[in-house]
Ligand binder design. Structure first.
Ligand SMILES: [Zn+2]
Ligand SMILES: [Zn+2]
Ligand SMILES: [Zn+2]
Length: 463
């Protein structure tokens, strides 16, 4: 039986922690979402607090079928660790970068190196191992020539990607589509989580250990660390802007600033991870409490490593196990996947669609690469993200809207389109699950989100 993890910060700052975890006052919630809606220019929707679900999103005018309802930017997100081998994307907006040649060459190169996908999966098992069977190996020279640009694939100029801008901190881990994404990421998250020389982390060795632990257990810890880094950096900015009376920097005047810095995160629905995580099928229900204890211990281990790397005493409550558990629970409960379709897939589809003679000519060069990639040629960028407005949309098994990326949506934004005409004032709903499942199957899956569905379809089909 695992020992219960004890975190001294939890005891010392219990008052501050419960304030951080309580729902903000209603007028503040309304003001926050009104500002977001106008920033996102999606005036067709309004977030309305409701007693049953906490919040709901309602339409402000009539939508036709296929109309764009919302384009939501993420508050925090990260590409899955295992997916980093497959796709090179901007670490801030998640669009593909470099070139088609670089995408293909880099993937083949990393596979050849035997950089193993981190497939020792943790409790939330999201990582799949790429199917590397029966692939044809290409020579290192050819792979290098793809990566260094000396080999250009036919028609790749039709699929131009922004060139990769390296991290200003020099970590050689994060790359961007532009200088502005590099700067935005640096200011909001990365300056504290960078392992390069320019990092403002306390201890980059510890940071490496933290990342390794997350890669070997569950990469949800990496997004959780980004939430903490985001809040610490926001806190420091607020403080710098002179919103703190430095003559008396006692905890009583520091805390309101921390609370303000935490505000965007406070708006997300949260529960403690080890309390809300669904019991995996292979865990017997009589082992449930031990399972939950193990999850809690895993989070504790991760948090200790993170604390060693980026602890800030003025933001101490953020480094409590309770806050850490709630941040992870926020990602678990909101089921918001980050997905960006791959231009490499589009490229090979384009080649396949060429008129026969041109296709034959092109395939003389492209076929060996397609064979070497195998089924992996179409892997999209995948990760976990928190989208503040999309996360307010309630579930229905007969939803009137859905998450759907259109041809032009080439980055990590969430796109919601109307599935059918939506009338002004109607609640906008999406389905969190496959709505074609049976009543029982649906309810079982929805239990993971902590509710019983009472949509019209469920009321009708209820035994
Ligand atoms: Zn970008
Ligand atoms: Zn960096
Ligand atoms: Zn339902």
């Amino acid at each position: 039986m695992a020992e219960a993890a004890i975190c001294p910060i939890d005891a010392q700052f219990s008052g501050e922690i419960s304030t951080l975890l309580s729902s903000p006052p209603l007028p503040q919630v309304q003001e926050y979402f009104e500002a977001l809606v106008s920033e996102r220019q999606c005036s067709g929707i309004k977030v309305i607090p409701d007693s049953e679900h906490g919040k709901g999103v309602h339409s402000q005018f009539d939508f036709e079928e296929n109309d764009l309802v919302l384009k939501d930017r993420m508050l925090v997100g990260a590409q899955h660790s295992s997916n980093k081998i497959d796709c090179l994307v901007c670490s801030f907006c998640f669009q593909f970068i470099g070139s088609i040649e670089l995408q293909i060459g880099r993937k083949l190169y990393l596979e050849e190196l035997g950089v193993s996908p981190f497939n020792e999966c943790g409790p939330s098992d999201q990582m799949e191992c790429s199917s590397s069977s029966e692939k044809i190996n290409l020579s290192q020279d050819i792979i290098q020539s793809l990566m260094n640009g000396s080999l250009q694939l036919p028609y790749s100029e039709k699929f131009r990607l922004p060139s990769a801008v390296p991290c200003p901190g020099g970590c050689k881990e994060a790359y961007y589509c532009s200088k502005s994404c590099a700067e935005a990421d640096w200011d909001s998250f990365h300056s504290l989580l960078c392992i390069g020389r320019g990092s403002s982390a306390l201890n980059t060795e510890a940071l490496l250990k933290f990342v390794k632990h997350a890669n070997e257990t569950n990469d949800i810890f990496i997004v959780a660390a980004k939430v903490i880094s985001f809040t610490v950096l926001r806190y420091r900015k607020l403080k710098q802007q002179g919103k703190l009376d430095t003559s008396k920097s006692s905890s009583s005047c520091i805390f309101p600033l921390l609370l303000e810095a935490w505000k965007p995160v406070s708006m997300g629905f949260k529960k403690r991870w080890w309390d809300c995580i669904a019991l995996p099928e292979d865990v017997d229900s009589c082992d449930e409490s031990e399972f939950r204890m193990q999850i809690k211990d895993l989070a504790f281990e991760s948090l200790q490593l993170l604390k060693e790397a980026i602890y800030d005493s003025e933001c101490a409550p953020l480094f409590s196990l309770d806050i850490y558990g709630h941040i992870i629970g926020m990602f678990e409960l909101n089921n918001l996947d980050l997905v960006v379709a791959s231009p490499v897939e589009d490229y090979f589809l384009y080649i396949d669609d060429l008129p026969p003679s041109q296709k034959k000519e092109a395939e003389k060069i492209t076929k060996s690469f397609l064979d070497a990639l195998g089924d992996d040629y179409s892997i999209s960028c995948e990760g976990t993200a928190f989208f503040p407005l999309q996360s307010c949309m309630n579930h229905s098994c007969i939803p009137n809207a859905k998450a759907f990326k259109r041809e032009e949506d080439r980055d990590g934004q969430a796109i919601i389109v109307a599935l059918r005409p939506i009338l002004k004032g109607e609640e906008i709903t999406i389905s969190y699950i496959d709505e074609d499942l049976t009543y029982e199957e649906r309810q079982e899956l929805l239990a993971d989100y902590g509710f019983t569905c009472k949509c019209p379809k469920c009321i009708e089909e209820r035994p």
